[in-house]
Design a protein around this ligand. Sequence first.
Ligand code: COA
Ligand code: AMP
Length: 631
Amino acid sequence: MRYQDFYQKSIEHPEVFWKEQANHLDWHTQPNTILSKDTFKYPQWFEDGKLNLSYLCIDKHIHDGFGEQHAIIYDSPVTKKKQYITFNELQVEVSKLAGGLQQLGLQKGDTCIIYMPMIPQAIYAMLACARIGVIHSVVFGGFAPHELAIRIDDCKPKAIITASNGIEIERIIPYKPYVDEAIEKAAHKPNHVIVFDRKLGVDIPQKNYDIAYASLVKNATFTEAIPLESTHPSYILYTSGTTGTPKGIIRDTGGYATALKFSMKYIYGVNEGETFWAASDVGWVVGHSYIVYGPLLNRNTTILFEGKPIKTPDASTFWRVISEHNVKVMFTAPTAIRAIKKEDPEGKLLKQFDLSCLRYQFLAGERCDVATLNWTQKQLNVPVIDHWWQTESGWPMLANMTGVELQKIKAGSAGFPVCGYDIQIVDEAGKKVLPNTEGYVVVKLPLPPGTLQNLWGNPERFKKGYLERFPDYYFSGDGGYKDDEGYIFITGRVDDIINVAGHRLSTAEMEEVVASHKSVAECAVFGVHCEIKGQKPLGLIVLKSGENSLSSNIQEEIIQEVRHEIGAVASFKDVLIVNRLPKTRSGKILRKLLRNIADTNEYKIPSTIDDISIINEIQAIYKNHHIGIHK
Ligand code: COA
Ligand code: AMP
């Protein structure tokens, strides 16, 4: 099949195209209405269809005779454990946990936060919620209690499911105490906290809202999946926006199932029954779509890996997992590859393993630099495919659709538009730009199935942030360009969002924390280049008059405060004291200029700058602190 024909069909006849794809699922009630509009006049998919994600991920495969196939391989170098979980076993775990949730009073439409490390119970919890129409919101474990509290107040969960601890290489992370601290900070109080005890020999603080996961499941009855409307929200996933408050992306049920099933075959080129591995975390969108729902819908064995690309125990761990579990298609972030490459530049560790099982290596989460792509290609000797998407889209928007027609790989480009996404590059006025001209990356409405439905409790922000800037288009927040052959290159965010080790973070949120320090008069936080993590945040602060940086530990206090308020995942480790910040004459801090100087990019001095001499001052400070070229 030719990619161009298939793609064109999806754009010209979206209803025909997606109806055909939806037919690959087992619906409880087949949809008749394919594309309609919701009360905000925003497109929605399969309005009158009914189905259940948990049923499609588990029960369907058992009915088809695959109950003894491994659904999940839990591989945990940090605990030195491996567990092989069949679809039959998964059904027992999930349906009993769903029964337990019902006994606690959770019903269709209620919300439930899941704050879990990478253990099978995290997947059970997601699928148990989906089974009974409870809307889950998984919060990444690297976020601090304060961030968890913001999410508790926003989605008002009836229950939180957590574990006693997580493990970061060798460090024990106190998940349950973090949940207690978050509940204390939040205005909304959930009724129950269900705690899975990992039995790591650490005391778990007890609260009267606690329910032991093990006894809840033991005493619960088997619960069938209930048919849900296609438009029923399956989950809320918070992601960083350009303000200090994260946005709760809402995902539907039927559109999502259709898109994921489609993507497993046509983008990732993986067959039912094969092993698929996305080395991410269930707290991110990659984890939702490609550790949990996508592979399980497609009857793939999914790998749940509780470890890091390096140090657990070394830079060979990814290759060991691929070889040992017969992984056909793998997905990770370029930052993970850069970390491995730094430890094992010649690929000596990699050569110890038979990787002949691997068909494709996918990369996403941040821009993939050419050197990383080429190194991976050379080492693995399989197509290495960069592809682009976001929490909002839920599944890839740009890719090389390997299951349709493998295109020539062009390093630096995330490929071509995926079926259903009419992607354009436009200028400030919304006019399409010429090839090789950088602009804003937008997608013509309607977006295909599986993409965001709205923002939880904030439709105004949804419209303003994504739909109003370029009428008739969805605005991605990324910049990029298309070359003469139609390959699209994503150049980076055009807002205050940065990407640190494949993790999306808001500098505005960090700035709020820094600015709240008692000694800080004003500040700027922005992302600068980092060899391993792609970007890392840098804070510049101006002290209040009378404050003396030599007699106190202001920088360390600020670093600790960001770690405490946002979390270790922010990797906020650099704060510099400056006398003043460059501003426009109207008083706006020139963050882009600060970043460009740090990254030693070419830059124009804005004509609006209030005092040009500050540039030399900033350059001298960067030099003293080995920022940028001066490293
Ligand atoms: N729970 C608690 N803390 C966590 C955490 C979690 N789930 N995940 C990360 N952290 C902590 C880390 O321990 C670290 O703390 P430290 O500052 O005390 O060392 C901090 O958050 C930053 O973590 P991380 O970004 O993982 O950096 P690292 O230096 O430990 O490791 C890499 C660097 C490149 C190996 C690592 O970032 C990595 O594997 N990245 C790939 C990410 C990925 O797959 N993203 C998926 C997007 S598709
Ligand atoms: P997240 O919502 O956390 O998945 O982050 C999405 C953002 O990551 C996008 O808006 C991009 O800025 C960036 N991103 C993801 N994948 C790529 C890619 N392949 N190339 C360039 N940027 C990417």
